[in-house]
Design a protein around this ligand. Structure first.
Ligand code: SF4
Length: 67
């Protein structure tokens, strides 16, 4: 059995790629006017409901920036 050639994606990263395909550019994804789209809050590749949870690396980065 062969392994898939692509790297596994997290769900929010998969949504990000889908949004880039839908809007045709990263700039258009950022400025997407369709706020009622179910993917809208995840379009930037992050889950805003998990802000401050997990990912110690990014938290440490924020601490360095604020010092
Ligand atoms: S939020 Fe919805 S409409 Fe906007 S780019 Fe993503 S998939 Fe397309």
């Amino acid at each position: 059995m062969t392994q898939p050639s692509h790297k596994p994606l997290t769900p929010v990263k998969a949504i990000r790629l889908k949004c880039i395909e839908c809007a045709r550019s990263k700039k258009n994804v950022r400025e997407c006017p369709l706020t009622d789209c179910p993917l809208y809050i995840y379009r930037m590749g992050t889950n805003p409901n998990r802000k401050g949870i997990g990912n110690h690396k990014s938290r440490r980065r924020e601490e360095v920036v604020t010092q």
